[in-house]
Design a protein around this ligand. Structure first.
Ligand code: NZQ
Ligand code: ZN
Length: 390
């Protein structure tokens, strides 16, 4: 196991009706003028936004609102949010929604105290300062409710890039699983795929003897495998929703990533898909992960066999572990299909002919992607082709 630092300061309130504590929590964490930031309207339709406002009013906390965050959140609204916060002297940002609203809130939070262009931080500049961000989560997926990252698409060129710092980990997050019961099955499945992918990015590692994090990863993946079909079959299954919601958090606050090298190659390849076609991040991952797994299988067959036996329920073939490894990937792909996810380019609306564009969007300049296997341009092309072929 490698040396590590672990800092995950988010305070959680988890359970039914917890959104009614938003006002009290903002007060406890020092907010006096709040920006409520939300998406395309689901929180308005569900009445959640009104409940959050009522709880702020109860604590006499003033607020302004900015809705309209799109999935794959855009830079334009971030600039608007920064201007609004400065004009209104906002000192605290409360995202009400999913990963997109939270990531947009994080981008505004780092942009407000910075004199330059917030996009500098998405091109490698270190984050030194940010307004506090908190969340009321409505979809279990991205893990942004406790993560140090934010992913934004710049409208100039539709470039999707991420940034990260402990300074943008939410100070608190309210997780009420009942709020996720209004999610359509497709979004539920996209969320499950994203969190599963967050674990896989950490599970496929070259670091040896990380049994504790391996076992944590496996527990999370087994939970996603068992609970997602339940939530899809019965959207009101509170316990399934609750298990999935907490799984999404632990999949990405990095507790299962410490002590080991992490990969993140598949996420980079997927970000170009969602930038080019504006598809849901989880759906893009459902297409890219099986392809990545197939391409890299020879690198460490025994790790694949471990995934196959411990997570996907395969029998170990001691004479030929490659068969076990392959079976694990097949079962994973079958699971994705069973929850309604696309697994090939055509099902996503992506085109094989666009592979050169996807590669050029990565702006490799000799750089490799990932760490389990360091992928060069040829490798990446082969993986995109595997994802494209039926
Ligand atoms: O916009 P509204 O109307 O709210 O509708 C949303 C949106 O259309 C809808 N939705 C959310 N909660 C709902 C609901 N509909 C009905 N009932 C509810 N309770 O679902 C749609 C998707 O929402 P979005 O916020 O985009 O989903 P998600 O949480 O999957 O976030 C995706 C974004 O997060 C980024 C992705 O790249 C993508 O841009 N990621 C962020 C990460 C991070 N910050 O740590 C890590 C991830 O790997 C990921 O890259
Ligand atoms: Zn993700």
């Amino acid at each position: 196991m490698e040396n590590f630092n672990f800092y995950s300061p988010t305070y959680f309130e988890f359970g039914k009706d917890k959104e009614n504590n938003a006002g009290k929590l903002v007060k406890r964490f020092g907010g006096s003028k709040v920006l409520i930031h939300y998406g395309g309207g689901s929180v308005v339709r569900s009445g959640l936004l009104d409940r959050v406002k009522t709880s702020l009013n109860k604590e006499k906390i003033s607020f302004v609102e900015l809705g309209g965050v799109m999935p794959n959140p855009r830079s334009g609204l971030v600039y608007e949010g920064i201007d609004l916060c400065r004009k209104e002297n906002v000192d605290f940002i409360l995202a009400v929604g999913g990963g997109s609203s939270i990531d947009s809130a994080k981008a505004i939070a780092i942009g407000v105290p910075y004199e330059g262009d917030f996009w500098d931080f998405y091109q490698g500049k270190r984050i030194d300062k940010a307004l506090p961000v908190a969340t009321v989560l409505t979809i279990a997926a991205a893990g942004s409710e406790a993560s140090l990252s934010s992913v934004i698409t710049h409208e100039n060129g539709m470039v999707k890039r991420g940034t990260g710092s402990d300074k943008i980990r939410p100070v608190f997050s309210i997780l009420n699983p009942a709020l996720t019961q209004t999610l359509p099955p497709y979004q539920t499945a996209c969320g499950a795929t994203d969190m599963f992918a967050h674990v896989l990015e950490r599970y496929f590692t070259n670091t040896r003897n990380v049994e504790i994090t391996d076992r944590l990863c496996e527990g999370i993946m087994l939970t996603i495998l068992s609970e997602t079909p339940k939530a899809i079959a019965n959207p009101d299954d509170y316990d399934a929703r609750a298990n999935i919601m907490w799984a999404g958090m632990v999949a990405h606050n990095d507790i299962c990533g410490v002590g080991r090298e992490q990969d993140w190659g598949t996420h980079q390849l997927e970000h170009e898909l969602s930038a080019l076609y504006d598809v849901a991040h989880g759906a893009g991952l459902a297409v890219m992960f099986p392809a990545w797994l197939k391409y890299n299988q020879k690198h460490d067959v025994m790790r694949y066999a471990q995934f196959a036996t411990r997570v996907m329920g395969c029998q170990m073939n001691f004479e030929n572990p490659e068969i076990t490894a392959r079976e694990g990937i097949t079962r994973f792909e079958t699971f994705l299909k069973s929850i309604g996810m696309p697994v090939r380019f055509n099902e996503l609306g992506a085109k094989k002919d666009d592979i050169p564009s996807l590669i050029s969007m990565l702006k490799l300049n000799g750089r490799t992607v990932g760490s389990f296997v360091k992928l060069n341009e040829k490798d990446i092309e082969a993986i995109y082709k595997l994802a494209a072929d039926n």
